[in-house]
Design a protein around this ligand. Structure first.
Ligand SMILES: NC(=O)c1ccc[n+]([C@@H]2O[C@H](COP(=O)([O-])OP(=O)(O)OC[C@H]3O[C@@H](n4cnc5c(N)ncnc54)[C@H](O)[C@@H]3O)[C@@H](O)[C@H]2O)c1
Length: 435
């Protein structure tokens, strides 16, 4: 029997539904995984009348939070944390407690083209000894299209208790997490419609967008599709940039003009794709289905962008006869105006260039990466002969290159700089995708 059919026979009677509604008013929720997703989610729930207990395997993270120190930067998070502290509705716990609902927001990296579920299994191990029959488990972490029904739910069945399960994949984007968590529409997939509705009631505490209900695998498929759509479209823009370079055209002007067409919305090319989602999740389709061709090709196009940029810069170094090149990278995070470095393509760019040049890095959102201290913007600009703009943080748009006569080449992968940045400067300005 499909899950959709199971739903139709599993609707709870009205009396039980209203019992659950009353009970949910003073619901205790345990959030497992207090990272980029789990912490804002926990605080939003706590700010909206739910008693939230936050658990993480990272003892340092727990200690910081216990000492009222935030563990990540995110717009509006400090104010939200302060509000929740006043209400006293959020606390961290060293072990997973008994709760009415559990939300799992742990990592799901890609391993061998599948979602690595080991962090989720570990979370279930933590929950199991404290689980009361009928409590709700919500999976926020992104998983492959079939993972819920073929792997995760069977694990829960082994507990031999009555359980509720729903998958509510997260759609928020770093830098705007709180706004998006609150306002974005959500998709919730439950084993039964009742499970999905229980999760819907919980999310309605803070979500103002619409909440659509479906099955767990459908919810996971929607999430994977969304990130695949983005990855493929970015790959298309990147391929256009490579073609424009070869044909001596300007990809940025061409994209801007093409986007005047009412049914065209071409994305932006860049040094590659980063973050926990777009370079990772589309692989789940590739891993699970033999029908996928376009998706893998797109992922490879994106993965090759750091090498493409490195080759262009090395060619320019030769053309300009620069001896002992020193390259300054502007930006290390994978995205503008955030401190998130996960899967950053800049790391690959460094690997492609470090045998040929000395590399300095600056990023206004970071002081260290992997034990390496980053330069201040001014020190970097005063030292290097070549600059590669890798992340279009707002801070970089104000650079005046006339103040740094040592800089011979500026390679701009984000089409950020304008002639104003180069007034009175003799630096050569090259742009990715401008042949
Ligand atoms: N960051 C995003 O923009 C984003 C957006 C949408 C979806 N997601 C998905 O949300 C999930 C979480 O992502 P994130 O960005 O918050 O990751 P993260 O790495 O920032 O946070 C995960 C947290 O889980 C903790 N953890 C690991 N194993 C644990 C366990 N067994 N029990 C308790 N805690 C554990 C880690 O210590 C860490 O603090 C992933 O599946 C990701 O794909 C992330």
């Amino acid at each position: 029997m499909s899950l959709a059919m199971v739903w139709q026979v599993c609707e709870l009677p009205q009396s039980l539904r209203s019992y659950w509604n009353r009970k949910s008013i003073k619901m205790t929720v345990c959030v497992l995984g207090l990272g980029y997703i789990g912490l804002p989610l926990a605080l939003l729930l706590a700010d909206n009348g739910v008693k939230v207990l936050g658990f993480d395997v990272d003892a340092q993270k727990l200690a910081r939070l216990e000492n009222n120190l935030l563990t990540l930067k995110e717009r509006g998070l400090e104010q939200l944390f302060a509000s929740v502290q006043k209400k006293g509705t959020f606390s961290v716990v060293q072990t997973v407690p008994t709760a009415e609902s559990y939300i799992i927001a742990v990592p799901t990296p890609q391993t061998d083209r599948h979602s690595d579920l080991s962090y989720i299994y570990k979370s279930l191990e933590f929950i199991h000894p404290h689980y009361q029959p009928g409590s709700l488990i919500v999976l926020e972490s992104t998983v492959g299209p079939s993972d819920c029904e073929s792997k995760i739910i069977p694990e829960l069945r082994k507990w031999n208790v009555d359980f509720k399960f729903a998958h509510c994949p997260e759609r928020a984007v770093p830098g705007n997490t709180l706004q998006e968590m609150t306002r974005n529409d959500r998709v919730i997939g439950g084993i039964t419609r009742q499970d999905a509705k229980s999760a819907q009631r919980l999310y309605k505490k803070f979500v103002t967008g619409s909440i659509s209900l479906t099955t767990p695998n459908q919810a996971a498929t929607v999430k994977t599709m969304e990130n695949t759509y983005r990855a493929v479209n970015i790959a298309l823009a990147n391929e256009f940039a490579k073609i424009a370079t070869e044909l001596h055209l300007d990809v940025w002007e061409a994209i801007a003009l093409a986007n005047h067409h009412p049914r065209v919305a071409i994305h932006r090319p860049s040094v590659g794709v980063g973050g926990h989602c777009i370079p990772v999740d589309p692989w789940f389709f590739v891993g699970e289905s033999k029908q996928s061709q376009l998706i893998e090709a797109a992922l490879l196009v994106n993965q090759q962008m750091p090498q493409f940029v490195a080759d262009k810069v090395q060619l320019l170094i030769k053309q300009h006869k620069i001896k002992k090149p020193m390259i300054g990278l502007l930006g290390y995070t994978y995205k503008k105006n955030v401190d998130d470095t996960r899967e950053t393509p800049v790391e690959h760019l460094i690997a492609c260039l470090e045998s040929a040049a000395t590399i300095l890095i600056t990023d206004p959102y970071l002081t260290m990466i992997k034990g390496r201290k980053l330069e201040s913007l001014d020190t970097l600009l005063s030292t290097v002969s070549i600059v590669i703009l890798t992340t279009d943080h707002n801070e970089f748009s104000k650079i005046l290159f006339k103040n740094y006569p040592n800089i011979k080449i500026v390679y701009d992968t984000q089409h950020l700089f304008t002639p104003k940045n180069f007034e009175g400067s003799s630096s050569y300005h090259y742009v990715l995708g401008k042949g």
